[in-house]
Design a protein around this ligand. Sequence first.
Ligand code: HEC
Ligand code: HEC
Ligand code: HEC
Ligand code: HEC
Ligand code: HEC
Length: 229
Amino acid sequence: MNRKHLLRKRLGIIIGSVVMSLWFLIYFLMPQNEQLLSPGGSESCHSPMACAECHQPAAGTTRQQIQANIKHWLGQRKTGADLGTATIDNDDCLACHQSANEVHSTHRFMEPRFAEARAELGPHQCSSCHSEHSGKRVEVRGNFCYHCHDTLEIIDDPVVPSHAQLIQQQRYDTCLQCHDYHRNHLHQPPNKLTDALRLERIQAYLDGQAETPYGDKREPYLETRQPTP
Ligand code: HEC
Ligand code: HEC
Ligand code: HEC
Ligand code: HEC
Ligand code: HEC
């Protein structure tokens, strides 16, 4: 066997294995096969919701999706394409979780003044704080309020210690002891830190190990659409 022949044979093996791996990847990413790759959704808030409630098929046929990605890889296309299932965005979550009382709406954080918070925390995306399939209810640590409230001062502050003092001492872990982030529960924040919810209780809730400490939903009710049976 001459060198050229050997080289061609090796190239054949390499191309063959690449095609095989691609095929396996595509096979598992197809919506009808995705349960084979389940990252363990059983502990999530959403079990036993059907995977397709969130994972919608991506646009185009499998062949078009592969072509688009190859073109992207070769620099002939600006973006690639989703393979099998589409990437999940805020709208997918908001289709079920609509709240009339939301003060921290993801869309309002697109303003330029939140650029730094966007880069460091990502308040404009549900996925920054809620990663599905982690078993946790909230992924981010509870002290993230400093990104936007580090200059907060309230005239005639009713709270002891005052907000200004809490912020000066960087006690941002106390914020969730009195306030729910989405502000859609009946919970009334107390005036004294000594009357606030205990930190361990909050953490157990964020970790998905305890029910909400903030009580029932506010009127008008949060419209949580139930999954289609
Ligand atoms: C409530 C919405 C929701 C439901 C229901 C859901 N997922 Fe997901 N899943 C997500 C989100 C959000 C991601 C993050 C990646 C993305 O944007 O696609 C994800 C990611 C994944 C991934 C990629 C690996 C990872 O951990 O990032 C797999 C695989 C997956 N889901 C499988 C499933 C299966 C199987 C089911 C059904 C048992 C299911 N999902 C149900 C929202 C959901
Ligand atoms: C098909 C409807 C549906 C979709 C889509 C959906 N959810 Fe849910 N979600 C629910 C229901 C129903 C519950 C359980 C009842 C409740 O807590 O309101 C729930 C619970 C939750 C909880 C826990 C609430 C608690 O009090 O324990 C979080 C956090 C959450 N969803 C976030 C998300 C995020 C983030 C997305 C997008 C990736 C999403 N959901 C997509 C219907 C949905
Ligand atoms: C910057 C972090 C952050 C982002 C971004 C975020 N959340 Fe939350 N979310 C939290 C925290 C903290 C809690 C726990 C405190 C509370 O209940 O408000 C929570 C609680 C929840 C709950 C349970 C309480 C309830 O309302 O029943 C749901 C559902 C939820 N978030 C959905 C969403 C959805 C949908 C989005 C995107 C539109 C989103 N969140 C974006 C931090 C975030
Ligand atoms: C990405 C920026 C951002 C982050 C992070 C953030 N907030 Fe806010 N918060 C805002 C903005 C903007 C408002 C609205 C102010 C207004 O409407 O004048 C607000 C309003 C509030 C309000 C007043 C709501 C009302 O009823 O008027 C409370 C309470 C609050 N935030 C608490 C928190 C707590 C607690 C955290 C952390 C768990 C937090 N915020 C994290 C930007 C943020
Ligand atoms: C001991 C309980 C307590 C703690 C701790 C606490 N707050 Fe408050 N906060 C209150 C009360 C009470 C009010 C006024 C009534 C209300 O908003 O419901 C308030 C009001 C606010 C407001 C609305 C201000 C306005 O102009 O109306 C914001 C924003 C806020 N808090 C953010 C924070 C942040 C950020 C932290 C953490 C540094 C924090 N709070 C810690 C109890 C608390």
